[in-house]
Ligand binder design. Sequence first.
Ligand code: GLU
Length: 287
Amino acid sequence: MRIKRVAAVAAAATLALGMTACGGDDGDGSGSGSKGLVGKAQSQKKLVIGVKADQPGLGLQTGSTYEGFDVEIAKIIAKGLGVEAANIEWKTTVSANREPFIQQGTVDLVVATYTINDERKQKINFAGPYFIAGQDLLVKADSTLAGPEALDGKTVCSVTGSTPAKRIQQEHPKADLQQFDSYSKCLPLLENGKVDAVTTDDIILAGYAAQTQYVGKFKVVGKPFSSEPYGIGLKKDDKEGCEKVNEILKAAASDGTYKTAWDSTLGKSGKAAPELDTTKLTNCGSV
Ligand code: GLU
């Protein structure tokens, strides 16, 4: 019994040491008393932020540069926390590794078309939402496929660990769902007829349809069948960090920086900036 306890204490100590050694995200040392995200931003003046790398208009990597609406939102959050864009280390995330990246401290924040939902809230905390998307279908321009109910017996491509893939499995089990780690892998399959549709959020699909190599080839069906509120993921117990991010979003809604983020990315398609409804921001895990 005693030996077991000693071992457990030693294990906990090793764990704590290990976390400090990785540069963790609880690093404070600022004397401000803030821990988590706020403390790290204050003391280290840098942040590691997870974004998508292959979603045009949202998170797209070219060389070592990332661009898109999520990237601009991330820069606004970092700035509000006192971290300059040049001091952000961007980390590519795919849908399935977002919770583990946050839980393990690989990233401080995730801004990656990341739907807020209760299942994910068991593992992490969400600030936001800063945008509301909806699940839709991308099909060939001449396809007659009109909605998810027409997917029975058809092949549909999506991504592991995403809410759209899960919805197809649960609500349209007769569809032949093919899953990859990122959506861009679905596009060649749609182009050469290996799948009948690609499914994810409408805003992501619109970005692919507008890519030069696909112009005129695909269409977004345009009948969204879910609500996907995009949140900013951070450590589950970091209520202070979450509240701070929500405050920064509120400021961005009123000072015009949210609109600028939209206009310089997704807004280039001509779509007007959405209203950031700050009455809908999460309560950061409060009961
Ligand atoms: N918003 C959905 C999700 O968080 C789909 C987009 C994505 O996979 O990033 O699962």
